[in-house]
Design a protein. Structure first.
Length: 89
């Protein structure tokens, strides 16, 4: 796994409030010291991957390369990827 994937994984964690009910005391108990627990948001991870792919498409189109991808085509690919996966354009 490359460093960029690791970075996107780390950006996909969110803090969530964790509470449990103590069955003996009949009260709500907050777990962890600060009341939060890291939660891996799969949708956020997928969105970050789509955004990264679209950005890579755009960066390929910025340079004159023998790939034949023009800036206009790169933009169309990037916008198409985002629309296909429902990521804000």
């Amino acid at each position: 796994m490359n460093e960029k994937i690791r970075e996107l994984i780390s950006q996909s964690y969110e803090a969530t409030t964790v509470t449990t009910i103590d069955p003996f005391a009949s009260e709500v108990v907050v777990d962890f010291i600060d009341g939060t627990k890291p939660f891996f948001n799969q949708e956020k991870f997928a969105e970050l991957i789509v955004r990264e792919c679209a950005e890579q498409s755009m960066s390929i189109g910025r340079y004159n390369t023998p790939s034949g991808i023009t800036p206009d085509l790169a933009i169309a690919i990037a916008v198409g990827l985002k629309k296909h996966f429902g990521v804000d354009v």
